[in-house]
Design a protein. Structure first.
Length: 218
């Protein structure tokens, strides 16, 4: 999957002249963590985060009078608080690469730009969570099998072969590592996975469930 296929195209943007109080309202209404800032020509110039806006708004503990606060808020614009160290990605970027970049840099989102540097989209944490649910086949239903396997080549092929021999369709697969253990998660198109589970166990595969990891979170 590529960023360009999942990026938001219709999203809220602000300009440096946008009032901070209006930017706050847009963040709340759009349920975003950050807003991209563009100039009057639509060129990307930076971003403003929810934290930046919160820090800029008067505290409830302020000693200012209400009319003084209202006056300040009528003058405070995004220009005073937005950040220019905006990170961008190209639409052909692999979605997992963008997710890793956001994780490593603790970013709320990424601007998507074309080869000319023009802003064409936006990708954020909500998009990444949606991709995770989709790629793991969660919305497709079926049954989830969690199998602890050896960390060696060909193991996915073998597991898929067992499922195929049972005339079952695979909806999705995923591989995870935890404390040196390799866990394969397979979602199959059936409401009753018992026959597949029995076949996998007969071939020496270890199926695991939450109870097998309970010691890790208790």
């Amino acid at each position: 999957m590529y960023v360009g296929l999942k990026m938001l195209r219709d999203f809220v943007k602000v300009t440096p002249q946008t009032l901070v109080k209006d930017a706050q309202k847009q963040l709340e209404e759009s349920k975003l963590w950050m807003l991209l800032v563009v100039d009057e020509d639509g060129k990307l110039v930076g971003y403003v985060r929810k934290e930046d806006i919160s820090a800029a708004l008067p505290s409830i503990m302020t000693s200012l009078e209400k009319h003084e606060i209202n006056y300040l808020m009528s003058k405070l614009t995004v220009e005073k608080i937005y950040r220019t160290d905006i990170k961008t990605v190209a639409p052909e970027t692999e979605i997992e690469g963008a997710a890793d970049m956001m994780y490593e840099m603790n970013l709320a989102g990424l601007a998507v730009v074309d080869s000319a540097g023009e802003l064409i989209g936006y990708i954020n944490r909500n998009v990444m969570l949606d991709v995770l649910a989709e790629e793991m086949g969660y919305r497709e239903g079926g049954s989830r099998l969690t199998i602890e396997v050896e960390d060696r080549s060909g193991v996915l092929y073998e597991v898929a072969g067992v499922i195929a021999n049972m005339k079952m369709s695979i909806i999705s697969t995923g591989t995870f590592f935890f404390n040196g253990r390799r866990v394969v998660v397979v979602r199959i198109d059936t409401e009753d996975p018992s026959a597949v589970e029995a076949s996998l166990k007969d071939r020496g595969y270890k199926l695991v469930a939450p109870d097998d990891f309970k010691g890790e979170w208790t």
